[in-house]
Design a protein around this ligand. Sequence first.
Ligand code: NDP
Ligand code: MG
Length: 380
Amino acid sequence: MRSIAVLGATGSIGTQTMDIIRRYPERFRAAALSARSDAEGLFRLAREFKPDACALIEKPEFIPEDLRSIQWFFGETSSEDAIMYTKPDDALCAVVGIAGLKNVLAALDVCKRVLLANKEALVTGGKLVMEKAKRLNKEILPVDSEHSAIFQCLRRAMGNVPERIILTCSGGALRSFSKDEIENASVSDVLKHPTWKMGGKITVDCASLMNKGLEVIEAHHLFNMPAEKIDVIVHPQSIIHSMVEFSDGACLAQLGEPDMRGPIGYAMGDPERIDYGAKRLDFAKIGSLTFLEPDTERFPALSYAYEALKEGNSAPITLNGANEEAVGAFLRGEIRFVLIPRAVRYALDNAKTTVVSSVEDVFEADMKARALARRYLAGV
Ligand code: NDP
Ligand code: MG
């Protein structure tokens, strides 16, 4: 029996994780659950899964009578407090954005393994996170589907040296939009993801290709690969989840229906594999798997991410902070879609790149990036 903290339990990854726990009550026990403000959602989960502790960033008016035997934590450090209190075997980190970075660092202190969905934690604090994991000899298992695929392929290397990582990319909701159509894309256009159903922020990132850019940086940290050895290919069917090319020319791929319970279950179950009720692939019905070069003219965010990764230091934090700020404004209906990459470009051009050696440095660079993005968006 493994105990697990699910951070961001009310979200898209969080609820799919709870579905796996629900299917395997003899293997997993939810020790701690956290969310930001969705108290009703967290109450429902707490009632069903009976965790030892729950955490909410925003304190609700009251805790229902039947849930008062659970230890509740509130406020900015509530997720970290809940992990410290329960000391579970695993933490599944599925908070969205840099807000989840401190969870990941705290989970490395107390848990045996970190199951990582929260890519922004690696984009912003990748060096700190990976160094800490190495120092404490803790395992980080990727939950992002591409990185789970790469992880699975690398495990079959058997001495064959990996030479190139090939991240596949659905192309997002605007893949076939013209430049003019992208100019006027609405929130509902952008949220219509063709193959995956996910939270709002990542769905917007998929449409701008920033998600793939963040994933390039995530892959760099997880697999210690330089930017030049990480390629992106658009694969609209989302059947191949990613590939690794080895020194003998062999290319290994991991395939499956697009269902996040695959990579979540792989990380949770490791070293055993979990049958989560996956739909089987019907190749004749799929017919063909197609591939295209990403169009960085229509979707410049991907090249900005490569640029930030190559520049290093605080540049990826600037990229991420400006993006989070602009995506938030877009989802609130305050700005047009095309202003997201433009705000990121402005922040990259105007932020001073600084050395990052602590978590305080990360949040300082993030704050400056957000201020630059806001300044840009206020002026257009
Ligand atoms: P959602 O927006 O669906 O869920 C986010 C979760 O985090 C919610 O439980 C939310 O609580 C909580 N949360 C949000 N902000 C904060 C905060 N400031 N502090 C603490 N908790 C917070 O996101 P997703 O599940 O889609 O994504 C989660 C992460 O996983 C992201 O980093 C994303 O990139 C990554 N990922 C997601 C995939 C997917 O299929 N969804 C695929 C691959 C990676 P509340 O409900 O109260 O707001
Ligand atoms: Mg992904």
